[in-house]
Design a protein around this ligand. Structure first.
Ligand SMILES: [Ca+2]
Ligand SMILES: [Ca+2]
Length: 471
């Protein structure tokens, strides 16, 4: 039974247009929840409801009384709304989906976004679809075409005013596309020829003149694009190969984590050597290129798909050069001052930490006051000075395995959801562990923090937790 307090809290927040957690990482993609108080433990005592969901890697979002989720089931891309207080299904819609699920990822990997009126969902293999938030009535669809990328298109759509921005990076190049939120019609499209495979999502920031700028982290570059017409206003080079997460915009700067595979991870056999040396070793038929059958150990594997960008079965000089350029920049945590025009690689990089402990791959860093909190596999929690990049502490919490979800914070508590199903709650000040909670199923999605509630989507369920005394 729901107590009056819960009903009231949800009721007060349920006015149309109230959007508490409207996209990936919540308000302004910050990872900071608009909350009153949150539970210290996620267990039977704090569980308010749990519902089964089809498989998915996307995060739940919340607007007023509704929670929205996406999922993938038997060739269908599913979008649904649930009652925030009871978990009851309000509506569910499905469209055909040609994407393929995997251990770590899903065609439903992109987190949907909403302004409280419309929900926009994106799927690998099904494109983008918009529904009325209240009824689930379909408003429009957009087909981005095929996106060649090893783990499937996963970038979350950005809702910015009257438009939706899509980052469509792929092995053979990328695009940034803006759609009209009302109709789904394309407003502009900007090619991103330097982009390779990437899974990052765009973020919204302001330019020096106050104009909205879309910050995009992709292979080789972090860029700022004008929201109004899509022109690239500034960029910073040396951004690595395959980026995830979302740029963290905070008070005139943006923090970005980048990642590059090691040479051993792409081919093993000294793929970083000059093209002429590679040809001498591999080009048996003297064609001036390396055909797949000239590198049988690699062909058919992810590493071959990574280097043969256009997927024609032939490795040519341009593809090799692009790979070397990306891999020349190791994984890093970098902070860029917003603004400037053109190449601001020299002028606007405030600090850069390359490699080493605490530099994250998949999870987005969390800004906590003058610190940046980062998560690494094996329970590694690190903090960096946000203004100087100095590594302040590295600790290990009780959580084995991978980390794919991003940390989020509310009510002085940081929630870290590890792939093996452990959610660690940390004190946001001391970073001491408050509780360790086993939810019993893999977690890829970033939790949502709203009001008095913590929403966690595992691969099989959506769970809602709240403080027991509030029931
Ligand atoms: Ca050849
Ligand atoms: Ca090729």
């Amino acid at each position: 039974m729901m107590a009056l307090g819960v009903m009231l809290a949800a009721g007060l927040a349920s006015g149309e247009g109230t959007v508490e957690w409207g996209g990936f990482r919540g308000p302004a993609a910050s990872g900071h929840g608009r909350v009153t108080r949150l539970p210290e433990r996620l267990d039977d005592a704090t569980l308010r409801w749990r519902v089964h969901l089809p498989d998915g890697a996307s995060s739940p979002i919340v607007a007023g009384r509704r929670v929205f989720c996406t999922a993938y089931s038997k060739g269908r891309a599913v979008t649904g709304a649930l009652d925030r207080v009871t978990g009851e299904a309000l509506w569910s819609r499905a469209i055909p989906c040609g994407g393929r699920p995997s251990n770590r990822n899903s065609p439903a990997a992109a987190t949907p976004t909403t302004d409280g009126e419309v929900v926009v969902a994106a799927f690998d293999g099904a494109g983008v679809v918009a529904y009325a938030a209240a009824t689930g009535k379909e408003r429009w669809r957009f087909d981005p075409g095929e996106t060649r990328i090893p783990h499937g298109w996963s970038s979350s759509p950005l809702l910015a005013g009257d438009r939706v921005v899509l980052q469509l990076d792929a092995l053979d190049g990328g695009r940034l596309v803006a759609l009209d939120l009302e109709t789904g019609a394309p407003l502009w499209e900007t090619p991103r020829p330097h982009a390779g495979a990437g899974y990052a999502s765009p973020a919204l920031a302001s330019g020096p003149d106050g104009d909205p700028v879309v910050v995009v982290a992709g292979s080789s570059r972090v860029s700022g694009y004008a929201l109004d017409d899509g022109r690239e206003r500034w960029w910073v080079g040396g951004a690595g190969a395959t980026l995830k997460g979302v740029p963290v915009v905070h008070d005139g700067v943006v923090h970005v984590n980048t990642w590059s595979p090691t040479f051993e991870e792409v081919g093993g056999e000294r793929i970083d050597r000059p093209w002429e040396d590679l040809l001498a070793a591999r080009d048996a038929d003297g064609s001036g290129a390396v055909e797949a059958d000239e590198w049988p150990e690699l062909s058919g594997k992810t590493s071959w798909r990574t280097i043969d960008r256009d997927g024609d079965g032939v490795l040519v000089r341009e593809e090799h050069e692009q790979l070397r350029l990306e891999m020349a920049a190791p994984g890093a945590l970098l902070t860029i001052r917003l603004g400037g025009e053109g190449d601001v690689s020299e002028s606007h990089v405030v600090w850069r930490v390359e490699g080493g402990r605490g530099v994250p791959d998949v999870p987005t860093p969390l800004r906590l006051g003058d610190r940046l909190l980062t998560l690494r596999p094996g329970g590694i929690v690190a903090e960096f000075g946000a203004t100087d990049g100095k590594r302040r502490s590295v600790r290990r919490v009780e959580a084995p395995g991978e980390i794919l979800a991003s940390p989020v914070v509310g009510d002085g508590k940081v929630y870290c959801a590890w792939f093996e199903g452990i959610v660690t709650v940390l004190d946001a000040e001391s970073l001491e562990t408050v509780s360790t909670n086993d939810l019993g199923a893999p977690i890829v999605a970033t939790p949502a923090l709203v009001g008095e509630e913590v929403f966690v989507r595992t691969r099989t369920e959506l769970l809602c937790f709240g403080r027991p005394e509030d029931r």
